[in-house]
Unconditional design. Sequence first.
Length: 400
Amino acid sequence: MPNLLSENLLTTNVLPDEDAVFTAPGLVPMRAFETIDIDDFAYTIVDSLKKHGRNVIYFSDIAESFESRFLNLTDCVASKLINVYDFDPKNIKFVSGANPLIENYHLYNRHTRYNNWITLDCTLVNSFEFRMKRYIDSYDFQQHGVNLISRQRNLHRPKIFTFLNGGVRLHRLYLFSYIVSNNLLGKGYVSMHTTTAIINNVRYQMNLEPKKLPTFDDLLDKFQLIDTKIPMLLTIKEDEKNLQHTISSNDLHLFDTSYFSIIGETSFFKRMLMSEGHLYNPHLEGSFLTEKTFRAIACQHPFIMMSRPHTLKHLRRFGYKTFAPYIDETYDDIEDDHERLLKISELVKNLCAKNPSFWRDFVHGTKDIVKHNFEVLMNAKLNCFTYQDFLRTKPTNSVL
């Protein structure tokens, strides 16, 4: 059995609780679900709590949002704890990396009701924002001759955009194919850490989706005819993919010599995502920001956000500024996932056709915004939205 428990969140260090034991980080990435025995997991929790004189178990998915497989596993183990070990439900808690917003708390409650899961005392944490801030604080960029605060950037830059991708997700693959098929690959720094076999598998699965993205098959047809080497890497090697969650001094060159980032966030589609050849919904609906967003902010880069609708509005609620009118951000209001993705794709194409005078004005116009965003990030504090916060806030029916 894999290592399932941690005495504290040493790897994230964002939710200290002296009376709690936490599930170990990374249960989803290491695919432990297929090997976890529910009875053994429940016994391990009870035994660990007794050994350490603690009462509370946190099911920690702090690196994800509302991940359906994790929530299902949590429900199975929590049911065993309650029914077999007479465990107090109030001492079974869940912590998520979903944005600490009351809307997300409503969504968590809705997901548990819909799936007939036990609704736990939930805490939402800005884990990626806080970790990026701490990472910058602790990492000595100066040893590489880099000062994140006062870097000099040229007005004229050889690339228009930076589009960094780790694992393949449908919205990232769509825009990647759109870029390749519209001869825009040379306009930007693009990475895609996947293989042609996976791309072909996702294409096959696309045929099963009731509402296919317009022109998706055509894009992939053109893509297959272009000599594009996959996986496409930039600053890291094939065996260094764990570094994609950080910032290296080499990464800074990508941001300093391009005008904006395309951020392919984890969550985009409301109802369905694809991974590893299976049709399922790994990330249920919810607002979720990862290192992809905060890396661009740390590198003081304007951005287009490929995420759930209204993500830019959520960022502004956290104190950040976005880039209208220099970037058309009307895509953020489009509820239909397919229409929003098409709007973003066309926006990228239009920006790639802009002349040098536009980009000179763009750099001047966004300079104070990116500086402001960097300062907000560097002043970020641990922000948790708890069950007690939820009770203190009048519920609304807006997302129920």
